[in-house]
Design a binder for this molecule. Structure first.
Ligand SMILES: Cc1cc2nc3c(=O)[nH]c(=O)nc-3n(C[C@H](O)[C@H](O)[C@H](O)COP(=O)(O)OP(=O)(O)OC[C@H]3O[C@@H](n4cnc5c(N)ncnc54)[C@H](O)[C@@H]3O)c2cc1C
Length: 390
C-alpha cells in the first residue's frame, strides 16, 4: 500500500524547525557578516550555537556520533523546513559541503579518521571541503582528473590546481581527489585523501567572486604545491575515488533539492503576500490572471518537486542506490525551483530585483544549483543513456 501520511512526530519536528528558523535565524539575514563571499566563520559559529541550544545541531548524523540518524525521507522533511532561510542549514550543520562530507566519512573513514575529522565536524566545530573540480581537468567529467599524487611507499606527494572549492578558506578538514600514479605499493587511479587544511602544501590563491553567497567562506581557487601526506591520509581504498564520489553525490544532490525547496517556498510566500496587497488597475494584482497563474505554476512545481524528492528518498531508505531517480530529481528540481524563484521576482515587480526582500538573494543563490552536483545537461545525458539502453 502507498501511504502519503506524515507521522505526527515528524510533522511536529518539522514545525519546530521552521519556527526555530523564522524566530532565531531569519533575523541574521541582514547581518553584515553575511558577505559577498558567504557567511563568515564567526557568523556560522554563532548560528551553530543557536541550533545546539535547541538540540537541532547535526540531527542527521549517526546516533553513534550524537545525531539522530535520520532516514532519507526524514531528512527531506527536516531540511525543507531548515531551508526557509539559506542560513537555516548552516545553523543546523546540514549545509553543503559539510553535510555530504560527513555522510561520506561516516561510510568510508576508519576509526582514527572518524575521531580526528568526523567527530569535530558533527560537533559543529570543524568545517570541511571536497576538492575535485579543476580549471583544466575534472568538472562535469571527473574522469578528466588532472591533480596528481605519487607514493614512495611512505608518503604521498600531491600537485595540482582546483577551483570552485566551497568553503576552502578556513576549512579544517580537506577531502582531496587526485590521480595516484602507478607505484609498486597501491592501486593507481583517482584516489581520495583526507587531511588537515592548515599545512604548507595547501595554498589558497583566492576566493572567487560569484553570484551566490549562501556558502560559508564562498568558493576558493586552491593549489597543491608538493603537498606531502602520510599513508594514513588515504581515505578508503586507493583508486576508488570515483566510486566514493558517487556514494557521496547521490544523497548529497537530494539534500540540495530539499534545502532549496524550502527556500523556494519562502520566496513563494513573499510573492503571495505581495499579490494579495499590492493593487494595480483597480484590484490586488493577485486577482489578475497573469499573476495568479504564476503563483499557481509555483504551487504545482513545489508540489511536484517535493514528491520527486520523497520518492528518491523512499527508494534509498529501502536500501536502493537510486542513482537514476536522484539524477531525475536533481535535474528536475533545480530547473523548476529556479523558475519558481524567477516568477516570484516577476510578481514582486521592481522590488523583486532589490534586497528589499530575500527573494532576490534566493534567486541568485538558487541559480548556481543548476550547475553544481552535476549540471542539468550532464544528468540528462546520463538519464538519456539509460533510457536508450532500455
Ligand atoms: C556554487 C558552486 C559550488 C561548487 N562547489 C564545489 C566544491 O565544493 N568542490 C568541487 O570539487 N566542485 C565544486 N563546484 C564545481 C561543480 O562541481 C562544477 O561546476 C560542475 O561539476 C561542472 O563542472 P564545470 O564547472 O567544470 O563545467 P564543465 O565541465 O566545463 O561543463 C560546462 C557545461 O557543459 C555542459 N556539458 C558538460 N557535459 C555535458 C554532457 N555530457 N552533455 C551535455 N552538456 C554537457 C553543461 O551545460 C555544463 O554546465 C561548485 C560549483 C558551483 C557553481
Amino acid at each position: 500500500m502507498i501511504d502519503f501520511s506524515m507521522p505526527a512526530e515528524l510533522a511536529a519536528e518539522r514545525d519546530r524547525v521552521r519556527q526555530f528558523v523564522i524566530d532565531k535565524i531569519v533575523p541574521f539575514e541582514r547581518d553584515p557578516r553575511l558577505t559577498a563571499h558567504g557567511p563568515t566563520d564567526e557568523l556560522r559559529q554563532e548560528l551553530v550555537e543557536l541550533a545546539r541550544a535547541e538540540k537541532l545541531l547535526t540531527v542527521q548524523a549517526p546516533e553513534s556520533l550524537g545525531g539522530r540518524g535520520l532516514s532519507h525521507i526524514e531528512q527531506a522533511v527536516i531540511y525543507e523546513a531548515a531551508g526557509w532561510s539559506t542560513l537555516g542549514p548552516i545553523a543546523m550543520n546540514c549545509a553543503a559541503p559539510d553535510e555530504g562530507n560527513m555522510f561520506l566519512l561516516s561510510k568510508v573513514a576508519n576509526p582514527e579518521q572518524v575521531e580526528r575529522h568526523l567527530a569535530p565536524m558533527v560537533a559543529g566545530q570543524h568545517r570541511s571541503v571536497f576538492a575535485m573540480t579543476e580549471p583544466d581537468g575534472a568538472g562535469s567529467d571527473p574522469a578528466q582528473l588532472a591533480t596528481t599524487a605519487t607514493f614512495d611507499g611512505e608518503n604521498f606527494t600531491v600537485n595540482g590546481r582546483k577551483w570552485l572549492i566551497t568553503g576552502a578558506n578556513g576549512a579544517k578538514t580537506w577531502i582531496i581527489m587526485a590521480r595516484l600514479a602507478e607505484n609498486p605499493h597501491l592501486p593507481a587511479g583517482p584516489t581520495l585523501f583526507l587531511t588537515d587544511g592548515d599545512q604548507p602544501g595547501i595554498v589558497i590563491e583566492r576566493t572567487m567572486n560569484t553570484m551566490d553567497r549562501n556558502y560559508v567562506a564562498g568558493h576558493g581557487v586552491v593549489r597543491f604545491d608538493n603537498l606531502t601526506l602520510p599513508q594514513s591520509a588515504l581515505l578508503g581504498d586507493a583508486g576508488q575515488a570515483l566510486r566514493y564520489a558517487q556514494l557521496r553525490l547521490a544523497p548529497a544532490r537530494l539534500t540540495h533539492c530539499m534545502r532549496w525547496l524550502g527556500a523556494a517556498e519562502r520566496a513563494q510566500s513573499i510573492a503571495v503576500a505581495h499579490a494579495r496587497t499590492r493593487t494595480a488597475f483597480g484590484k490586488p494584482i493577485g486577482e489578475h490572471e497573469g499573476v495568479s497563474f504564476m503563483l499557481a505554476d509555483n504551487e504545482i512545481a513545489l508540489h511536484q518537486c517535493r514528491l520527486t524528492i520523497w520518492h528518491a528518498c523512499w527508494l534509498m531508505d529501502q536500501g536502493e542506490k537510486a542513482r537514476h531517480e536522484s539524477s531525475i530529481a536533481k535535474s528536475y528540481v533545480s530547473e523548476e525551483l529556479f523558475k519558481v524563484a524567477d516568477r516570484c521576482v516577476q510578481v514582486l515587480g521592481g522590488i523583486g530585483i532589490s534586497d528589499e526582500t530575500v527573494v532576490e538573494m534566493i534567486f541568485r543563490d538558487i541559480r548556481a544549483f543548476r550547475l553544481y552536483d552535476g549540471p542539468t545537461e550532464v544528468h540528462k545525458y546520463a538519464i538519456g543513456r539509460k533510457v536508450l539502453r532500455g
